[in-house]
Structure formats: C-alpha cells, structure tokens
Design a protein around this ligand. Sequence first.
Ligand code: SAM
Length: 215
Amino acid sequence: IRGRDKFLRQYHTYIEQGRIIEDSPNYKGRWHELFGNDNPIYIEIGTGRGQFISQHAVQNPDINYIGIELEYLLLGRVGHKAEMAGAGKNLVVTPADATRLTDIFAPGEVSRIYLNFSDPWPKNRHTPRRLTHEGFLRLYRNVLKPDGAVHFKTDNRPLFEFSLNSFADDDWKLSKITLDLHNSQWAEGNIMTEYEQKFSEQGVPINRLEARPLP
Ligand code: SAM
C-alpha cells in the first residue's frame, strides 16, 4: 500500500481516539455498552476507504455503524474519512476477517449488513471466499435479527448472479433487485462507495439487492 507510514500513524491515532477497535471479540453481545445506547447496529463488511459508512453515520446519528475491514492499514484512511465527514461516536471500525463474524457479534445483535463491491473471486476454486457464499450466509443468518437484512451492491454481473442463487438456495427473501441502481427507483438517497463512483464514471451499471433470512 502506498503511503504506508502515514496510514500506520493514522491507524494508531484512531485507536487512541476510540474510532478503531482492535479487540472486537471483547464487545460480542455488548456493543450497546460501547455506543452507550440501544440503537440498531448496521455493519459494513469490507469498508475499503470508508466513504459509504462515514456518510451513512453522519446522515443517521440514531444508527450505530461498525465497519469491518480485512486490510487493517485501510482503517487509518477510514478514520480520516470519518473525521473529515464529521462522523460522531456512532461509527467505529475494526480490523477483522468476515469469517470471524460470529466471534464479534452475538446472535441477533446486528440489524443490517452492507456488502459493497465485494471481491468477486472469479475462479471456481475460490468460490467459498465470495462474501455471498453459503458459508458466509450462515454467519449472517446467525448474527442478524429475525427482521434484519443484507444489502448488497456490485458492478460484477457474474458475482451478482451467483449471489442471487446463493441467497435463494439458502431461503432468503430477495427484494429491491435492480441491474442498474443509478437508473432505478432506488437511486434516490443512494450513497456511493469509492468503487461505485469509479465504475459509474466508466458507465458500468451497478447491481443491487436486499435479502432477508426466512425462518
Ligand atoms: N466497499 C469498498 C468500496 O465499494 O469502495 C471497497 C471494495 S474492495 C473491492 C473490497 C474490500 O473488502 C477490500 O478493502 C478488502 O480488503 C475487503 N475484504 C475482502 N474480503 C474481506 C473479508 N473476508 N473480511 C473483511 N473485509 C474483506
């Protein structure tokens, strides 16, 4: 990663400020204590540089946001984005792999999961790494409230098709499906991620769906 030293400095700054939480499993089942309220918890898996979650946190102070990102150095950037956007204490981020989701959250602790432009892992042998693979859907079902939902956006059509099948095969109810989000009825109020901005400038349509676990 370019600018590694700066990111590392930012990373440590935001740990001190409490924006970055390194020991997330310690908060399992008691995230509300950290936030100091019982507001719903929305998480984003793979925050990247954090534009999406920072803007959401600013617009929705009554929702608690937790960003999860594998590449811990990016979290310094996310902390900076969050500060620049004016995000309050309703946003924290944590370095973690989504495979550890059930170590971080108790059953039913999460109200919504955002997956934005997840890595497509196009090779067949890498299918289980896709964040909409049935292995991950099992983790999402565990941590989500019964009326919770996954909101998924991607430029990648094969990943989107794979995901539609994966959710359907695992008994999730799909809704608000579009193959061109920016020209759909759900365009209004859509907050773009860094990848989304890049792809839409290139004229690539954005696929989008919501999925709710059926009992
Ligand atoms: N969501 C951002 C956007 O739309 O601009 C970033 C998209 S980028 C293609 C995917 C991000 O997900 C990367 O930052 C990557 O490190 C992160 N990621 C991939 N697999 C992950 C996993 N298993 N757990 C947590 N983060 C993951």
